[in-house]
Design a protein around this ligand. Sequence first.
Ligand code: ADP
Ligand code: GLC
Length: 483
Amino acid sequence: MKKVVYIASECVPFIKTGGLADVVGTLPKVFDKKNYDVRVIIPNYLCIPEKFRSKMSYITHFYMDMDWKQLYVGIMYLEYEGVKFYFIDNEYYFNGFTPYGDVKWDIEKFCYFSKAALSCLPAIGFQPDIIHCHDWQSGMVPVYLKTLFASNPFYSGMKSVMTIHNLQFQGRWDIKTIKAYSGLPDYVFTPDKLEINKDASMLKGGLVYADKITTVSNTYAQEIQTAYYGEGLNGLLSARHEDLWGIVNGIDYDIWNPATDPLITKNYSGKAWKKAKTENKKKLQEIMGLPVDEKQFVIGLVSRLTDQKGLDLIDCIMNDICQDGVQFIIIGTGDPKYENMFRYYQGIHPAKVSANIYYDEAKSHMLYAGCDVMLVPSRFEPCGLTQLMALRYGTPPIVRETGGLKDTVQPYNEFEQTGTGFSFANYNAHELLSVINYAKCVYYDHREQWNSLVDRALQQNYSWGESAKIYQDLYNCLCPWIQ
Ligand code: ADP
Ligand code: GLC
């Protein structure tokens, strides 16, 4: 039996701001329980819904040395859908309406969290063989493991994995501050360890000290070894390329299932999708405040509204997109400049654009099911889940050929009648516009081909099965002696 603990800052169904939560919440469920005991540690944010918080049980608490301070660490516990979840409790750090806020405060908070997550293992009586860390918020865990915890026999022989979901966020601040927050010794703050251009990077720490590194698609694993995508860490990642695995994400096929999804208007499966998708489209148009007309070509976008997501390209061509026969529905929150941009376009094209500037899981299901194409024109995209959800609902994605988008969407080829979506290569608004117009032309003028494209999208399988096997290979590779 291999024992693995996931340490992360978010996890469905408890707390989510993006795809990281989907991965941390669904991957542990798919391992075979006879051979893998996978548990999860996340913070006990006050903003976790009360329906979960009220079911948690208190395990214990202790005080942890952090530099010169003694900090409270409470441990709460909840078993959910067969997985054991532990929540690090400290109201000083984990209050507030969202998991993240001010960057400097987040850095202090996640230094505390990383050390607390490691420190709580003896208290919960779980001695993992592998500690699997996700993104910068748990980047300090491998560093602590190999430094301050190295002489403690409880931790000896434990292996660590660092998974990069997004290299852009690193938990980076000046060395003096991070040294004080983390209580780590001077010798880790050198350019071959945590230092990056005179600052310290918590993610870099994880990438230097972890035994293996993974990221969430093969293409992103290659891209981050180049200067354009490498965020200053491409040298390190190239040097460690033999330890760097690209493993594409899956999605939870039980939750995201057009045949059973209770959140959509009409369920569908196999080849019998046409009438149901039309019903879903009409309901979607109604609730999103657009004219109800099944003939419209409806473009969907569900996204964090940040520079990563290619929204400046949309800004350049929005008036060209909003031609006859097209509607555009956005659900997203994030950077005010993009929130206001979409509100503005809704203002000038009220019958064509519906800007829903909020986070709404239920409406996102209706959008995946009811629109005709899903737009994901990202500047970079480690994996991307919205294109996988779109494929699952028979909605061809329009993507830029980068990261996981490139690995999961095969571009439509009208000559061979292959492909599951549409794609463009360069980060250029007119390339995006021409591919949107091409998709629109196939939709309106070549309906049979369009229908086969939807059939092929529906036949794709991006459940966790295959990727979970690769994670098992990785764990076997780290601890081959444990069956
Ligand atoms: P990222 O993690 O970079 O935000 P992903 O594509 O990996 O991108 O994951 C995004 C996840 O968040 C998907 O599950 C998507 O449906 C969801 N999501 C993003 N914005 C919203 C929103 N405003 N309302 C509902 N779900 C959203
Ligand atoms: C990150 C990436 C996204 C990926 C997700 C889950 O937020 O931006 O591409 O799908 O993590 O791995």
